[in-house]
Design a protein. Structure first.
Length: 95
């Protein structure tokens, strides 16, 4: 069974491992990391973010993604928008 929960700083090492072991594919592979702290790196773009993790019953992190809320101009008006980023799924769990 897979459980989806909000991540916290205690998940940092598992998130960094998943980032580094699952490169973005294509004609060139890109490995993204955020050492020493994934959560601190999110503060570079927004101070309002949520990280959601997918974990197996044994606690193994098999995927995650982040949502940051930022203020942007939309049709000349300031609006708060959610930006989804850093989605990763362990390659062993992809179909």
């Amino acid at each position: 069974m897979i459980t989806y929960t909000q991540s916290n700083k205690g998940d940092n090492e598992k998130i960094l491992y998943l980032l580094e072991k699952n490169p973005i594919g294509g004609s060139v592979e890109l490995i993204y990391t955020a050492r020493p702290s994934y959560f601190e790196s999110l503060n570079e773009t927004s101070d309002n973010h949520v990280v959601i993790s997918a974990k197996k019953d044994n606690g193994k992190l098999i995927g995650f993604g982040s949502i940051s809320v930022q203020e942007r101009l939309i049709k000349g008006e300031r609006k708060r928008v959610g930006y989804i980023s850093n989605i990763r799924i362990d390659s062993n769990y992809r179909r």
